[in-house]
Design a protein around this ligand. Structure first.
Ligand SMILES: [Zn+2]
Length: 259
């Protein structure tokens, strides 16, 4: 990416510190033509997100977000006045950190998809889930509507720079049905993040099963995509972690663990 010229520089007081905002024109040129594969992204069942590409899966845990939520809730509770300077500063900081997480994860997803010749990303639209159930009961990430919309927007503009299309699909039943045999009845169960189908014997990571169902919603015909019957990949997603020390996403084995 080439930065052609800086159009504006602003100093912005956030109430906490000064930030320098630089607006510049960026020439992206014609992106490489994307591949023709389809990826499915499922957001927020047990992890922040899972990606399925038909024979491989990636998992993005939301631990960093959860830790932040816990920390900021605790700190905010210490504020005597919820409208105080300190309370507002905490809110701003929390939003900033969440934004950074969403940017890092969406950028990594687009990179990983581009590397796998993905031309279309299908992402489950959560709107009906948001209205319907109180999913915090299920121990899910508290991914509020605004965070979801913001995340999908980030994904869309980062993907479009690479010529990749993002399609929102109805998420109904994608967590309940089996991505391998299509069964949607009571013969499946989800235990500790695993989806188990009694009908065909599939054992999959529950988020990956959801992501694969979302992916299949935009496939013109399953048979066109190779029809791979080996489902082992659905139980073994590669984990990609947000590293707080670098602010970047990296494969789990490269992320240093804090003692
Ligand atoms: Zn099945």
């Amino acid at each position: 990416m080439d930065v052609q010229n800086v159009q504006q520089v602003r100093a912005v007081w956030t109430g906490d510190e000064w930030e320098l905002h630089i607006v510049c024109r960026v020439e992206t040129g014609d992106p490489e033509p994307p591949g023709d594969r389809v990826a499915g992204i499922d957001l927020g069942i047990c992890n922040f997100a899972a990606i399925a590409v038909g024979d491989e899966a990636l998992l993005y845990p939301g631990g960093a977000l959860k830790e932040d939520d816990y920390y900021f809730q605790k700190e905010r509770a210490k504020c005597d006045d919820s409208d105080s300077h300190r309370a507002h500063r905490l809110d701003r900081k929390r939003r900033g950190r969440r934004d950074h997480f969403l940017h890092a994860v969406s950028a990594d997803m687009v990179d990983e998809c581009a590397a796998r010749n993905v031309g279309t990303i299908a992402v489950g639209d959560l709107s009906d889930i948001r209205e319907g159930t109180d999913w915090s009961d299920h121990g899910n990430l508290d991914l509020h509507g605004w965070a979801f919309d913001r995340f999908v927007e980030m994904l869309e503009y980062k993907a479009s720079e690479r010529g990749i299309r993002v399609e929102r699909v109805d998420e109904r039943d994608t967590s309940k049905s089996c991505a391998s045999c299509g069964t949607t009845d009571d013969s499946q169960r989800v235990e500790r993040g695993l989806y188990v189908c009694e009908a065909c014997g599939l054992v999959a990571n529950a988020d990956v099963n959801g992501a694969e169902n979302i992916r299949q919603k935009v496939l013109p015909n399953l048979a066109c995509d190779g029809g791979d019957r080996d489902n082992g990949w659905m139980a073994q997603p590669a984990v990609r972690l947000f590293d707080k020390s670098t602010g970047q996403v990296a494969p789990q084995e490269q992320v240093s663990r804090e003692p």
